[in-house]
Design a protein around this ligand. Structure first.
Ligand code: NAP
Length: 505
């Protein structure tokens, strides 16, 4: 029997004395870190620690607390498949409810006890066949495997606008919401009309004296109702079979969307465009405002905005749409190119994130001293978003160039973790080091970049999906291809180092 067969028999099921003991570090206690801890425990791995820079779990759902925060993936789909939640109060739940869900799952499944909070991993260095971690508190750990569950959009991008520091009122990024800022009765300016900005408009427009919305590029908006579930529906959700059925139906519906956006010419993309156009035409009464809100690119080229009521909010009497280019920020507010100073008490920057940071600013040093900054000097690169050449036994969840804009990230992370579990089984079975082959990684990346040309994300708009070459850093193929790729590692794509090859250190 080959080693491979032995290893698959052992995978997640049997442990024997001959198996190599693995110590594992999970970095990040957000959605993917919690998932990793639960799945490791289920598979019988007991020697692991979760490192979390914050004081609680939840990742993006802990860090973002802006008014209107919600998820635009339906909650019954944006739930772990193994932890359906019968108590979601509405189809697209609020951020606080999502954060409570992740906290609850982490508490119930013993993740909290495995987590070192307020302990950011500052560096990870591969030496003598192990990863050596140092945290901000000076704590050191030596592990066989690192699972980086460090999230995607978590480094705020501040706009490069002259005079930003000179503003006299309170000014902050949407992901660093200042809850001491008084909104009620205030003159509030909002820069940015992405998913975040749109949610903020809907949430605060009727609390403020005036809301100036600074729009650089108009957005296509898909209207989705989000009425709270009725008591009958909530009762129905107590039946786990109903919930599982709903999860599957939503997943199938989402796959249709995922498969649409990878082909700019597809009929489904046209249907999405027509639905957005209908929303604009039907729901914005003033023709002049309608034209200023009308995008000039294909719908879904930028991340599609899902909102039940954005246009309604934009027509509220105290909301002002400003489309003139911002010249500078002055102490009194925002001055636009036409010379007008839009006087403000509070300025909110919903200007997005650095989408290419990934595991950084953590210092990661792989084989032969190569750093992640060197390896990614052009742009982030990974084999199937999971692993990197020269960084053995270092695995990522929701890493570079994966399905970020088109699938539910929970579904993605679950499939990726099942794949990583198979790599762990191989390591348990005695293989010392696993890293993807460089040539294979480069060939896969070239194939991915070529396939991206057909997607809607490359039809002529600017968005955070695009890398420095203008190529979308996301999965350009159908959902099924991703699921198949995640089902089983293609071992030919990996360089495996056996314990004998590595020799004594
Ligand atoms: P974003 O989509 O990157 O939008 C940033 C906005 O800021 C854009 O409107 C952009 O204008 C504008 N902007 C940036 N720099 C500017 C400048 N110097 N002057 C004027 N305007 C400027 O960021 P986001 O809205 O935070 O969303 C990021 C992603 O987070 C989303 O696409 C989504 O994946 C995720 N998210 C998800 C949810 C959810 O419900 N699941 C909610 C919020 C966020 P241009 O369009 O002209 O570049």
């Amino acid at each position: 029997m080959s080693n491979r067969t032995l290893s698959s028999i052992r995978f997640g099921v049997m442990t024997t004395d001959s198996q190599r003991h693995l110590r594992i570090a999970i970095i990040g206690a957000g959605m993917a870190g919690i998932l990793s801890a639960i799945k490791l425990t289920e598979a019988g791995y007991t020697d692991f620690t979760v490192y979390e820079k914050g004081d609680s779990v939840g990742g993006t759902w802990r860090e973002n607390t802006y008014p209107g925060l919600a998820c635009d993936v339906p909650s019954q789909l944006y739930s772990y498949s193994f932890a359906p939640n019968p108590n979601w109060t509405q189809p697209y739940s609020r951020g606080s409810e999502i954060q409570a869900y992740f906290t609850g799952v982490a508490q119930e499944r013993g993740v909290i006890e495995r987590t070192r909070f307020n302990d950011e991993v500052k560096s990870c260095e591969f030496a003598d066949g192990k990863w050596h971690l140092v945290t901000a508190n000076g704590h050191e750990d030596v592990v066989d495997v690192v699972i980086a569950a460090t999230g995607v959009l978590h480094h705020p991008s501040m706009p490069d606008i002259a005079g930003l520091e000179s503003f006299g009122g309170k000014s902050f990024h949407s992901a660093r919401w200042d809850h001491d800022a008084v909104l009620d009765g205030a003159r509030v300016g909002l820069i940015g009309t992405g998913s975040t900005g749109v949610q903020i408009v809907s949430a605060i427009h009727d609390r403020v004296e005036r809301l100036d919305v600074f729009q650089r590029t108009a957005q296509w908006v898909l209207q989705m109702p989000n009425e709270p579930f009725t008591s009958e529906e909530l009762e129905g959700h107590q039946d786990l079979d109903v919930l599982r059925d709903n999860h599957e139906k939503l997943s199938v519906a989402f796959r249709r969307f995922s498969n649409a956006v990878i082909d700019a010419e597809s009929e489904e993309t046209a249907v999405i465009g027509a639905a957005c156009l209908f929303n604009l035409e039907q729901n914005v009464a003033d023709p002049e405002l309608r034209e200023r809100l009308r995008p000039t690119y294909t719908a879904a080229c930028k991340r599609l905005i899902i909102s039940p009521d954005f246009y309604e909010a934009m027509q509220h009497e105290n909301v002002v749409l400003v489309t003139d280019h911002i010249a500078e920020i002055v102490p009194q507010g925002v001055r636009t190119d036409d010379g007008v100073v839009h006087e403000l008490d509070v300025l909110v920057l919903a200007t997005g994130f650095h989408a290419d940071y990934f595991v950084r600013p953590m210092k990661v040093i792989g084989r032969d001293g190569v750093t992640i900054d060197e390896a990614w000097k052009d742009r982030p690169l990974a084999y199937l978003s999971i692993a990197m050449p020269d960084f053995p036994n270092f695995f990522m969840l929701n890493g570079p160039n994966g399905p970020v804009g088109n699938f539910s990230l929970i579904e993605v992370a679950e499939m990726q973790f099942a794949y990583i579990e198979q790599l762990l089984a191989e390591l348990s079975n005695g293989t010392a080091e696993i890293s993807p082959n460089r040539e294979v990684t480069l060939a896969c990346e070239a194939e991915r970049a070529a396939a991206a040309a057909k997607t809607v994300w490359m039809t002529g708009c600017n968005s955070w999906y695009l890398d420095d070459r203008g190529i979308p850093a996301t999965w350009p193929w159908p959902f099924d291809r991703f699921r198949d790729a995640m089902a089983k590692p293609n071992w030919e794509a990996f360089d495996l180092v056996s314990a004998t090859q590595r020799g004594p250190r």
